[in-house]
Design a binder for this molecule. Structure first.
Ligand code: FEO
Ligand code: CA
Ligand code: CA
Ligand code: CA
Length: 743
């Protein structure tokens, strides 16, 4: 989601804003250290190891018996090798459609409201549709591909039949109701629609006789997980007193997963989805602070639900106002009952959200589990390090709010190859995701970093003012524990992914409007890993400040359990015309410039890195986009000092700048959208991406006149009824059947 924090709008999502009031490493500390170490700064790390790789499919050698000699006929002339990023870059555009390079085709596959069970009526797309728990949800986000064979069994090599598991992050209220959303108290019928439009879809897709993928409406695999689905609380915080509700007096289960943003795929074939901006879904009454413990109040404040004697924390959609039914009341996370433990109300419901959630897509009736050990924060996504037999598994995660942190989970169990194909997949999840250690990252000025374990034995945590009394509290109030150990405040960590051969970890830092060279108040000073703060004009009137265009940090762990790493900045987003010394540090050209990187995924078939944007700064020039990249390795660039004048400098670690052949804009989405989520068939010949919230800035007052919608996509490309814009999954193929991203 786009946090337009510099623009005054009717509703600003508070979840993306800075709730981090700690004083973790600031530039003045770094500057002092830098003065002492200036003589040590090196002009780049030796060994620019070019990440030159060939697509696996093209280099695989057959086995063959070496001692068999045959006189083979001369080989036929080799076909010209496909060129990496051989396509022509797509120009920036504000066109309301899919724009792909020449030789490629983009088609809509699965959009908001599409029926997902037999007998569900076709989507009318006029605000009268109901039963969204049997329809595709809204605001598509992360997406993963789970192959199926012809018999309907898991097949990781299938290119023609699969389950797509995708998130529905939030909703565009305007288009879900005939005349837009009603005022509070919200009608129950509207709330039912909105809650059901959240969560996750698992949907079968298969290639038809025309060779094109279509989704299967009546597939028995199809499943909707929504804001009301029963979910088990698993892992080390299971049963904690903080999880006790009227629904679950023993604190072992809850309902719903919401604001699912990015996601990941486990090495054993399940989905790991996330809960990002969940906090704002809950109402907390004025005066509630007087009925809570000091710890609870500190946690509410740190996660954006602070109240005073006279000020309530209002909920995002007002679902708690829809009546006395338990399913609405639970969105009021205030003390309203008389129990001492919360077993007669939903004061603790808010504590049951904010986790990583595991789903087995191959079993439509499987239990869904929240993996509490991976911490509670604004989870963007989760990416596994490359599994190594006999070593622990690592999961890398970002907390997407301004000035928040990067985390790592390391399993206690070591990886056993046989676990990759077990059929009791959720039990495998229990093994690797319910027992382990949680770490947070500190990025040092010299290009090194530390993983600091969030353990109650750490004196900084044990001695924190919060008063942590046991390890389980660290998994529930994770941000506060991370504050205590001096984690580095980052520019909104979004997607993480791991390079399929080098194992290096890439994290997008989408932007940060509170980053400053000379901060005041709650702003955060530039530092080595977040070195930019500047002003950018959007259109003719709006000036945005801070790290406006975002960047991508990458780091290298020597092993999954390493407690130190090396890092650099792979790319800085910028407009091509921006100042090369302070803004366009990566030297982006017109074919490459982008703003606010959010989605990031490697395609395993080709090793390409795909970068997606969710932007509110460059959208006066271009809609959000997808770029393809051939990345290098950590340390392939040089140290660079930014001189802001007035004695203010900061030295960062630059990756090698991209060239015209290592970074290209591949796709631009329809108007007013975010481009997010990416997966592929194993052969790399079909790519799936998600388009979120086209037309989101359409005013309710314009609902009756489709010509005044800011987008009419995908109807304007021939998909579906009505003209209201819809989030959708898009399939991209190369017209000659080749691998996507090659020439
Ligand atoms: Fe849901 Fe952080 O974007
Ligand atoms: Ca975003
Ligand atoms: Ca601009
Ligand atoms: Ca995102």
């Amino acid at each position: 989601m786009n946090a337009r924090v510099d623009i005054q709008t009717e509703f600003v999502d508070p979840d993306d804003l800075d709730n981090n009031r700690t004083a973790n490493p600031h530039f003045h500390d770094v500057l002092d250290a830098g003065m002492q170490r200036r003589g040590l700064l090196r002009g780049g790390v030796a060994g620019a190891l070019g990440a030159i790789f060939a697509p696996v499919a093209l280099t695989a050698c057959g086995g063959g018996d070496d001692d068999v000699v045959v006189s083979a006929p001369p080989p036929p002339p080799a076909a010209p090798a496909p060129t990496i990023l051989g396509f022509s870059a797509v120009a920036k555009t504000n066109a309301d459609r899919n724009t792909v390079p020449a030789g490629y085709t983009a088609r809509v596959l699965f959009a908001l409201g599409d029926p997902m069970a037999a007998g569900v009526p076709a989507f009318k797309n006029d605000g009268t549709d109901t039963n969204y728990d049997q329809r595709c949800g809204d605001n598509h986000d992360g997406i993963q591909y789970f192959g199926l064979n012809a018999a309907g069994a898991r097949d990781d090599n299938s290119n023609s039949r699969a389950l797509l598991a995708m998130n529905h992050e939030y909703i565009n209220q305007t288009f879900l109701h005939v005349n837009g959303p009603s005022a509070r108290p919200r009608p129950a019928s509207e709330t039912d629609i909105e809650v059901a439009c959240h969560g996750v879809s698992v949907v079968e897709v298969a290639k038809g006789s025309n060779g094109q993928f279509a989704y299967v409406q009546a597939s028995p695999f199809n499943r909707r997980i929504t804001g009301t689905t029963e979910i088990e609380l698993s892992g080390p915080a299971r049963g904690n007193a903080q999880f006790i509700t009227r629904f679950s007096p023993d604190g072992t289960k809850t309902r719903g997963t919401m604001n699912n943003c990015g996601n990941g795929k486990t090495p054993w074939g399940t989905l790991l989805t996330t809960e990002e901006n969940w906090s704002g879904y809950y109402f907390r009454a004025a005066g509630d602070q007087a009925r809570r413990t000091a710890k609870e109040n500190a946690s509410f404040a740190r996660y954006g639900r602070n109240v005073t004697a006279t000020t309530a924390a209002n909920s995002r959609y007002g679902w708690e106002t829809s009546g006395a039914d338990d399913k609405y009341v639970r969105f009021n996370t205030s003390v309203v009952g008389t129990s001492t433990n919360g077993s007669d109300d939903y004061r603790n419901e808010w504590f049951c959200q904010g986790f990583m959630v595991e789903i087995d897509p191959y079993n439509a009736t499987s239990v869904v589990k929240k993996r509490t050990g991976l911490g509670r924060f604004a989870h963007e996504n989760g990416a596994f390090g490359l599994p190594v037999v006999g070593k622990p598994l690592a999961v890398y995660m970002g907390c997407d709010s301004q000035n928040e942190y990067v985390y790592k989970w390391v399993s206690t169990a070591v990886w056993a190859a046989a676990d990759a194909t077990r059929t009791d997949r959720m039990a495998v999840g229990d093994k690797y995701l319910d027992d382990g250690k949680l770490y947070v990252a500190r990025f040092n000025e010299d290009g090194t970093g530390q993983w600091v374990e969030l353990n109650i034995a750490n004196a900084s945590i044990a001695g924190a003012a919060f008063g942590f009394s046991n390890q389980a509290e660290i998994y529930i109030h994770t941000r506060i524990a991370a504050d205590a150990v001096g984690a580095t405040r980052m520019d909104r960590p979004e997607w993480v992914d791991v390079h399929p051969t080098t194992g290096e970890i890439y994290v997008t830092m989408t932007n940060n409007s509170s980053r400053r060279v000379v901060p005041t108040g709650t702003q955060t000073r530039v530092d080595a890993a977040n070195p930019r703060a500047y002003a950018d004009v959007r259109g003719a009137v709006t000036t945005q400040n801070g790290n406006v265009n975002g960047h991508i940090v990458r780091f290298k762990d020597a092993a999954p359990e390493s407690t130190s790493f090396t890092w650099d900045v792979y790319l800085f987003g910028a407009e091509a015309s921006a100042n090369p010394q302070l803004i366009n540090l990566s030297g982006l050209t017109e074919d490459q410039d982008f703003s606010s990187p959010d989605g990031l995924a490697f395609t395993k078939s080709t090793g390409l890195c795909w970068i997606q944007t969710d932007d509110g700064a460059f959208t006066d020039v271009t809609n959000c986009m997808l770029l393809a990249a051939v990345p290098g390795v950590v340390g392939d660039g040089a140290a660079m000092t930014l001189n802001y004048g007035g004695g203010n400098t900061v030295t960062t670690r630059m990756g090698r700048k991209p060239t015209a052949t290592t970074l290209k804009r591949f796709y631009v989405g329809p108007f007013d959208c975010e481009v997010t989520g990416l997966c592929e068939t194993p052969d790399g010949r079909t790519m799936f991406i998600n388009i979120q919230h086209p037309g989101e800035d359409t005013a309710v007052a314009n609902l009756a006149d489709p010509t005044r919608y800011t987008s009419q996509w995908p109807a304007n490309e021939g998909y579906g009824a009505g003209r209201r814009p819809r989030s959708a999954t898009v399939v991209i193929t190369k017209n000659d059947g080749g691998q996507v991203g090659f020439g």
